[in-house]
Design a protein around this ligand. Structure first.
Ligand SMILES: [Zn+2]
Length: 326
């Protein structure tokens, strides 16, 4: 039997709740639906490579009509390969860049699209800051090639975005994409590629911060450029090595993971020289599978880090195991 005082307290509580409009099921009211947050995790992912710290930086994603862009195949074959990976065209495609801290130098590999590729990308600077760095700290920026989704982040509102960085890229890409003559003779649909490269690189040329290299070249101790031409005339990949560990930052040797590992003969509309691009892809897949080193792809699902495994005459992509820095 309830004590009289308890009954009075209970009646008082009911009256208070009623006056507040909360007479019914007060506990349920307290658990009203939470509004959805609808943001993603910060766009960076960090691993150690020997003594080096490697940070994958997301520039965002773009939905690409890959069934139309991939060549040396058919739309039906592309759709089938995508379906086997539970994907479809247009395919939400990652735009990735990489930041390597060697302990003495901070090196950024590619810069994302900046303002050149629409509102769903151009987030590299936000990702860089979220990852704990500032643009002023970057010593070297190495570019895999001068397509807009790799150089656009070099500038912001037409101004240099990395004031203390030396920008490096293969001389052959500079000669091709920064040429006024090539811009003039390009088809209208292709002029944007040249204009994007010029708008991004030329401010660094003007300030004396652009220093192109020719072919395989050491950038800083532990990071060297290796020539992987085909996708563009001066496409370069970057080999990062510390304490016997090795990472090869590919750039655009692969665009569609679900298609091109299984069939490395598949090329993409944007390849300057598709035959050469195909040969480079096959050579790099073979080497990566044989040697077992870590690989990074600019358009492989973020963070784009993983290994290549041989599968008969073809290959498989094996994404990295999740890691936390300890
Ligand atoms: Zn690209």
């Amino acid at each position: 039997m309830m004590h009289t005082r308890t009954l009075i307290r209970s009646a008082l509580m009911s009256a208070l709740l009623a006056s507040a409009g909360l007479a019914l099921a007060p506990m349920e009211m307290a658990h009203a639906a939470a509004p959805m947050v609808k943001t993603s995790a910060p766009g960076y992912y960090r691993v150690m490579l020997g003594d080096f710290e490697v940070t994958a930086l997301s520039d965002g994603t773009v939905d690409l009509p890959v069934d139309k862009l991939l060549m040396n195949t058919t739309p039906a074959a592309v759709d089938k390969a995508l379906a086997a990976s539970f994907e479809k065209s247009p395919l939400e495609t990652s735009f990735n860049a990489y930041l390597v801290n060697t302990g003495s130098k901070l090196v950024l590999i590619d810069t994302g699209a900046g303002a050149l590729f629409g509102p769903t990308v151009g987030k590299l600077m936000a990702s860089l800051k979220a990852s704990g760095y500032q643009p002023e700290q970057v010593d070297e920026i190495v570019i895999t090639h001068m397509h807009p989704d790799h150089v656009g982040g070099l500038t912001h509102d037409g101004k240099i975005a990395f004031p203390n960085a030396v920008v490096r890229a293969d001389q052959r890409d500079a000669d091709y994409w920064l040429s006024k003559a090539n811009l003039d003779k390009a088809a209208d649909a292709d002029k944007g590629f040249f204009q994007g490269a010029m708008a991004s690189i030329n401010p660094y040329v003007a300030s004396g911060q652009f220093k192109p290299f020719k072919g395989d070249t050491e950038i800083v101790p532990g990071i060297r450029a290796v020539s992987t031409v085909g996708h563009t005339p001066g496409h370069a990949s970057y080999v990062v090595q510390s304490k016997g560990q090795k990472l090869v930052i590919w750039g655009d040797l692969v665009h569609v993971q679900a298609v091109q590992f299984d069939n490395p003969s598949v090329t993409i509309h944007f390849d300057s020289n598709p035959k050469q691009a195909e040969a480079e892809r096959k050579a790099e897949f073979s080497k990566a599978a044989k040697e077992g080193y870590l690989v990074a792809g600019a358009h492989i699902a973020f963070p784009g880090l993983g290994h290549v495994r041989a599968k008969g005459a073809a290959y498989e992509w094996v994404p990295v195991n999740y890691t936390t820095i300890r």
